[in-house]
Ligand binder design. Structure first.
Ligand SMILES: *Cc1c(COP(=O)(O)O)cnc(C)c1O
Length: 388
């Protein structure tokens, strides 16, 4: 019988009933670069940690189980995962990518992949007909849903059908919802990407990235690439992410509950001109989210009436911290225009709706009353100053 996702965060079914490693409940950290061979032409299963390490392998099995894939690869960061994935393509290949993506992905595609002869069509996958952009040399569709930071929602199953029909790969960056709320492989995607730095690790203390697939050919290719290019996740960091994943379920639930309260509070503020959260029934992607995800997540993007108000919030928050990144237990606030999306050309940024009045909240697991008290104080102070 298929187990619940909360249980899968804690128990790896295939290893149960085997009392390994002195019966340790926490998976041991095999802090070793290399492994001794029992004899000539013999291996104990591990040769060198760039290829594989038991701690990393355990994490990879947990990730494959959470995303219902046949294989997962743990890399040193989300960007390392995306860069490795791009090695699937050759000069002359073309990819269709969502216009609103994590800024680092846009930077990689525009500065590295293009230099390597790969071309891109950046389109609004949530509202344009992807099929119109397919060329003879198109090899893949690359999306995030919801997107970072504008929360656009793309129908994964529908996009997967287009990909299959045209023999393209569908690649989904699932960082924003984590496997706890969404499983793109089940909806027809070929590759799922995660920045493990975010919800999976969950504590703002380690970088990690993942590629998960349910295709044997892609798994083999990725195994060759990680061995050859070398950005595998270190044993200790693998252990930190394993530890983080154990509480993924309760963290996601609590962060989402807090996010809903903050969304409702923000909607009641005169200084806030727009609140973008895919759990709001008026969000254009709400119905698709209901269909393809088990939750709406804990990321909120909102717009202030003027730039000064947005900047003043960043100056005045104390418990909520002004920092990049997301998905950790602590609530963080970000200014996408100069932080996560600073390297995205201004024209594209503005077209996507990232203005100098736009802020993004990654809601953590604090007591919600304390988050609301802080926002109350910050907004009251700014309103006092702007009118004074
Ligand atoms: C942070 C992030 C990445 C990059 O991950 P790193 O671990 O920071 O390298 C990729 N995609 C999304 C959606 C992200 O939020």
């Amino acid at each position: 019988m298929a187990r619940g996702i909360g249980t899968k965060c804690l128990h790896l079914e295939e290893e149960e009933g085997r009392c390994n490693h002195y019966g340790a409940i926490s998976y041991p950290i095999f802090q070793t670069a290399t492994f001794a061979h029992p004899g000539v032409g013999k291996s104990a299963g591990y040769d060198y940690s760039r290829l594989q390490n038991p701690t990393r392998e355990h994490l990879e099995k947990v990730m494959a189980s959470l995303e219902n894939g046949i294989d997962a690869l743990a890399l040193s960061s989300g960007m390392a995962a995306i860069a490795l994935m791009m090695e699937l393509f050759r000069p002359g290949d073309h990819l269709i990518v969502d216009a609103d993506l994590y800024g680092g992905s846009i930077r990689l595609f525009g500065n590295i992949s293009e230099k390597n002869g790969i071309s891109f069509s950046s389109i609004d996958c949530h509202k344009e007909d992807v099929e119109n952009y397919i060329r003879e040399n198109t090899k893949a569709i690359y999306i995030e849903t919801p997107t970072n930071p504008m929360m656009n929602v793309t129908d994964i199953a529908k996009t997967a059908k287009i990909a299959k029909r045209n023999n393209l790969l569908l690649i989904v960056d699932n960082t924003f919802l984590s496997p706890y709320f969404q499983n793109p492989l089940d909806l027809g995607a070929d590759i799922v990407i995660h920045s493990g730095t975010k919800y999976l690790g969950g504590h703002n203390d380690a970088l990690a990235g993942f590629l998960v697939t349910n295709r044997e050919d892609l798994s083999e290719r990725f195994r060759f690439l990680i061995k050859t290019t070398g950005a595998a996740l270190a044993p200790f960091d693998s252990w930190l992410i394993l530890r983080g994943i154990k509480t993924l379920g309760i963290r996601m639930e609590k962060a989402q509950e807090n996010a809903v309260a903050l969304v409702n509070w923000l909607k009641g503020q005169k200084a806030v001109t727009k609140v973008i959260y895919p759990g709001l029934p008026e969000h254009p992607g709400y119905a698709i989210m209901k269909k393809q995800a088990r939750g709406f997540g804990a990321m909120i993007t909102f717009r202030l009436k003027n730039r000064e108000f947005a900047l003043a919030i960043l100056e005045k928050v104390r418990m909520i911290q002004f920092a990049e990144s997301l998905g950790g237990v602590e609530t963080l606030i970000t200014y996408p225009a100069t932080q996560t999306h600073a390297d995205v050309p201004q024209e594209r940024r503005e077209r996507n709706g990232i203005t100098d009045r736009t802020l993004r909240l990654s809601v953590g697991i604090e007591d919600v009353k304390d988050l609301l008290d802080e926002l109350d104080r910050v907004f009251a102070e700014i309103e006092g100053e702007q009118h004074g």
